[in-house]
Design a protein around this ligand. Structure first.
Ligand code: AMP
Ligand code: ZN
Length: 470
């Protein structure tokens, strides 16, 4: 499998550090608001990449953090007159709801920056001991950027240019040795959350958080580090400088970055009024459509979001879901003489292998989900032309399984949610009442659980039993 490595600016064969295992870190969101559809892009594309790795049989240890201490969180907390912790835990919970709606698998670990402060202090101390960092008189600790010889290797910037660019903007009273030195630890300001440290009370800088969480949950050297392309500089460049100076080892072997999502060909921004949260999109579309839309483009290309493109994604997805439904319907209406596949069907089924191969070839080529989606469309077309109510149940099922397997890699669910009819619910409620009368409480509980699993909750009132759908 080839992936484009930002570090070398070329597609490279992916070779994991340890055979059969992948250690991957994806920078997560800063939680001060509902996530927007731009934040959803790295979540969707790297979740899909992870699913493909798992499909290939890799054991993936996937770590994605929540940045839960930050200026924006503090500002929001001050506006609302609540604790910063209340803001971050509220929006972590909301983010997890959106992730579930977009069918994003939970990470192996979702570390929180505020829970990892000890590790950050330890890494900062190591950097100071090795001469890569220094504490200024006001309690700020800075990274000594000029000492890290390969600074700029990821963003392909060169230190002299950075130096030249910064020379004019050195602020008097600035306690940095050099303008491009960046913050590892900030001293406490009144009303802000702070932790004890050898440099006084304060809080960590953003970059050190990811270096530390990656090291703690994945080790000094990891296979893949990923995020949006805006993170290449300075965030990821600084992470490399911190981690490699501290450990003396390579930090990440491959760096993957997704392109940006624009709205109607413009940068998404609140001031332009073209800013959408995932929650807003969910009011208009099934979030599966948003996921499918994101995957119809290559993850490194810029992606334009518009109502027309979303509608096109919705109808493309519908084509796939209709084919799946058709396979199920034909199975129910099966008129074939036998359950088993005929020789002709076996041959037709064999023919679907080519679409799976196309799908895999696309995914092997730097996670080209756009081509992978095309392979699924070809499979759908093939299915539509090669099925009828005369087909055997096992042939129909195998076609369904092939379609389902490929869609699952993309995180697209083709299985129809089972519709529970009102009448069936009423019938079960009556049965439950009868069971209670007979003192068969086990059966009564079982019915309640059965309904709960289908999203139906029961409420026992004095007037009788009422129910509602989730
Ligand atoms: P943030 O909360 O701003 O740190 O962003 C979380 C993740 O979303 C990072 O990987 C960003 O690169 C990514 N991201 C933010 N805005 C966009 C966008 N418009 N398009 C694609 N990715 C984005
Ligand atoms: Zn990060």
């Amino acid at each position: 499998m080839k992936i484009y490595n930002t570090l070398t600016r070329q597609k490279e064969e992916f070779v994991p550090i340890e055979e059969g295992k992948v250690r991957m870190y994806v920078c997560g969101p800063t939680v001060y608001n509902l996530i927007h559809i731009g934040n959803a892009r790295p979540m969707i594309v790297f979740d899909t990449f992870r699913r493909y790795l798992e499909y290939k049989g890799y054991e993936v240890r996937f770590v994605s953090n929540f940045t839960d201490v930050d200026d924006k969180i503090i500002k929001k907390a001050q506006e609302e007159g609540v604790d910063a912790g209340e803001i971050s835990s509220r929006y972590i919970a909301e983010c997890k709801k959106d992730m579930e709606g977009m069918n994003i698998l939970p990470a192996t670990v979702h570390p929180l920056a505020t829970q990892e402060i000890d590790g950050m202090i330890e890494m900062i101390r190591t950097l100071i001991d090795k001469g890569f960092a220094y504490a200024a008189a006001d309690g700020t600790v800075y990274y000594r950027t000029g000492k890290f010889a390969s600074y700029g290797k990821l963003s392909h910037k060169n230190l002299e240019d950075l130096q030249a660019g910064h020379r004019d903007i050195k602020v008097t009273g600035d306690l940095k040795e050099e303008p491009f030195d960046f913050v590892l630890w900030k001293p406490k300001k009144e009303g802000e959350p702070a932790w004890e440290s050898p440099w006084g009370q304060g809080r960590p800088g953003w970059h050190i958080e990811c270096s530390v969480m990656s090291k703690k949950y994945l080790g000094d050297t990891i296979d893949i580090h990923a995020g949006g392309e805006d993170l290449i500089f300075p965030h990821h460049e600084n992470e490399i400088a911190q981690s490699e100076a501290a450990s003396g080892k390579e930090f990440s072997r491959y760096w993957m970055h997704n392109g940006f999502l624009n709205i109607d060909n413009q940068k998404m921004s609140k001031s332009l009024g073209n800013f959408f949260t995932v929650r807003e999109i969910a009011q208009k579309y099934d979030l599966q459509v948003l996921r499918f839309f994101m995957l119809s483009a290559h993850y490194r290309s810029p992606l334009n979001f518009s109502a027309e493109l979303m509608d096109a994604a919705a109808s493309g997805l519908e084509r796939i879901l209709t084919a799946a439904e058709q396979l199920k319907r034909l199975q129910r209406a099966d008129t074939a003489a036998t359950e088993a596949m005929s020789a002709k069907e076996a041959e037709l089924y064999e023919g679907t292998g080519q679409f799976q191969q196309k799908f895999e070839a696309a995914m092997e080529d730097d996670c080209n989900t756009a081509d992978a989606v095309s392979a699924i469309f070809e499979l759908v077309k093939y299915i539509n032309t090669n099925v009828s109510s005369e087909c055997s149940a096992s042939y129909l099922q195998q076609l369904y399984d092939r379609l389902e397997e490929l869609c699952r890699v993309l995180g697209i669910v083709i299985e129809q949610k089972e519709e529970v009819l009102d009448a069936d619910i009423e019938k079960l409620i009556q049965e439950r009442q009868q069971a209670r009368k007979n003192k068969d409480f086990a059966r009564a509980d079982q019915i309640r659980e059965e309904l709960a699993a289908k999203g139906i909750t029961l409420k026992d009132t004095r007037e009788g039993v009422t129910w509602k759908r989730a």
